[in-house]
Design a binder for this molecule. Structure first.
Ligand SMILES: *[C@@H]1O[C@H](CO)[C@@H](O)[C@H](O)[C@H]1NC(C)=O
Ligand SMILES: *[C@@H]1O[C@H](CO)[C@@H](O)[C@H](O)[C@H]1NC(C)=O
Length: 487
């Protein structure tokens, strides 16, 4: 309220100034939208009467084997910065355990492509480590400082003429996005926050770029039209998204890197934005280019980039949201000259790939070899345990014949994953109580648990089946004993 009142006072004050300046030099009366730029942290455009550009960038993972997500976010920051956004308007969430990770061959440096420059320098550390939480992410989106815990305190303090760009990259699963802390982000909660943001009248339009496995499921049947939100996702609701610049693939990272450097969809929109005059490219044009590059039709890798929400907004320039580097004079051309990737790695297998390369390269008999072997075995046994438990629970609930079919049912396009999100969260928690955290890999089974809800199974039945399927919570690295619950 106080802020609002102050805003009005400032508005009045600036209006007076504007009128005065007109009398002074015969200049043009300032339009309200331009005044609002002053109130909300200054404009960063070249004379268009757009409001302030704001951005929230978030990498949902940690661990060196997930290098690529934080590399993506750092790269996105550099694009926005060169595009003319100010640090006070760019809010970054990253765990920040990569640049100085003992595994990083170039300490203090993060790259997002094999020949790429450092993208880490200058990245604001707004929310790092244990402050990368769902609660803080939502508080930042809503501009609610009192709901924050830790971090820089920067929030989306946006006004009615402002444009907002949100970019998230990480692992996900049907209806869920990962976080480096628990709990994870559930699709319905994110949509509720976006609706609240819209209701508060604090943006003109919002663009959301989302990279994660099954990322379409976050918006499919959930994001209504009329919120002035245009979203694109790396994949549809039922497929994986892909890591790229991975060891042993093509193009591959420099040989000293045992980890993927980027993600297919993310690299596609960013490498396009790196070189283009974005005043001369619409969101739709960028969507088409990114879709083509990410689908990778010539090869057996890739995913379907999707768009949701107010598709009509896609006729706007990309420039309106992320600015443009004044040095870029390359304009939109139909045929993307960016290279296609001949090889990429499923998000979910990128950790295996990392541990495998680490193991393979470590000297025989060294402590590093033993460590890598243990990591490989841990991740394999976690996968087997989660896969087997879910399968068995399906059979216990629906019978040996029907169980597998119920679990893998996909609802028709346009329908949300689940009708009752509270049920989904309750059943995930019930499963995790008996079987351990689903964690990064286990998010792929969210559809199965959603289907169990859709079939009307209650918490008590789920608890009984989970207790039968899982005799104990395994104590390994991926266990909820160390990593908490996803809900
Ligand atoms: C901000 O967050 C606090 C703490 O969670 C909450 O009590 C309050 O209602 C929120 N304010 C708004 C405007 O949503
Ligand atoms: C936009 O691209 C078109 C076609 O390439 C070109 O003719 C035009 O001059 C460009 N406009 C700007 C502002 O760069």
């Amino acid at each position: 309220m106080i802020h609002y009142t102050a805003g009005i006072l400032l508005f009045v004050a600036l209006s007076c100034l504007a009128v005065e300046s007109r009398n002074f030099d015969g200049g043009v009366l300032k339009l309200p939208s331009e005044v609002s730029e002053f109130i909300h942290g200054g404009s960063n455009n070249d004379g268009d009467s757009v409001g302030t550009r704001w951005a929230v960038l978030i990498a949902g993972s940690n661990g060196y084997w997930n290098y690529r997500h934080q590399a993506d976010v750092c790269h996105a920051y550099q694009i926005l910065k060169r595009g003319g956004l100010k640090d006070e308007n760019i809010i970054v969430f990253m765990y920040d355990d990569i640049a100085f990770n003992e595994e990083n061959p170039r300490p203090g440096v993060i790259i997002n492509s094999p020949h790429g420059n450092d993208v880490y320098e200058g990245v604001p550390k707004d929310y790092t480590g244990k402050d990368v939480t769902v609660g803080n992410f939502f508080a930042v989106l809503l501009g609610n400082k009192t709901a924050l815990t830790g971090g820089s305190g920067k929030v989306l303090d946006s006004g009615p003429n402002d444009h907002i760009f949100i970019y998230y990259t990480d692992h996900g699963g049907p209806g869920v996005l990962g976080m480096p802390t628990s709990p994870y982000i559930y699709g319905n909660d994110l949509i509720d926050v976006l609706k609240k943001k819209h209701a508060s009248g604090s943006y003109k339009s919002l663009v959301f770029y989302l990279e994660a496995c099954e990322s379409g499921s976050i918006f499919e049947g959930l994001l209504p039209e009329g919120l002035n939100i245009y979203a694109t996702t790396a994949s549809n609701a039922e497929e994986s998204s892909w890591g790229t610049y991975c060891p042993g693939e093509f193009p591959s990272p420099p040989p000293e890197y045992d980890t993927c450097l980027g993600d297919l969809y993310s690299v596609a929109w960013m490498e396009d934005s790196d070189i283009k005059n974005l005043q001369n490219e619409t969101l739709k044009q960028q969507y088409e280019l990114v879709k083509k590059r990410t689908a990778n039709e010539n090869f057996a890798y890739g995913s379907h980039v999707m768009q949701y929400g107010d598709i009509g907004l896609s006729k706007e320039q990309v420039f309106l949201y992320i600015g443009t580097n004044p040095a870029n004079n390359y304009n939109f051309v139909e045929d993307n000259s960016l290279p296609l990737f001949s090889r990429a790695v499923n998000q979910r297998d990128a950790d295996l790939l990392h541990f495998w390369h680490k193991f393979r390269k470590a000297p025989e008999g060294s402590p590093r070899k033993l460590e890598a072997q243990k990591q490989l075995l841990d991740v394999m046994s976690h996968r087997l345990h989660i896969d087997d438990s879910i399968k068995l629970i399906g059979k216990l609930l629906f019978g040996i014949e029907k169980g597998p079919d119920v679990l893998k049912t996909v609802r028709p396009t346009g329908q949300p994953l689940v009708d009752d999100w509270d049920c989904l969260k309750t059943l995930v928690r019930t499963f995790e109580t008996h079987c351990g955290s689903i964690s990064q890999y286990g998010m792929k089974h969210m559809r199965s648990i959603a289907n169990i809800c859709n079939a009307g199974v209650q918490k008590e039945q789920m608890a009984e089946a989970s207790a039968q399927a899982c005799v104990r919570v395994p104590p390994g690295f991926w266990s909820s004993l160390h990593r908490g619950f996803s809900v």
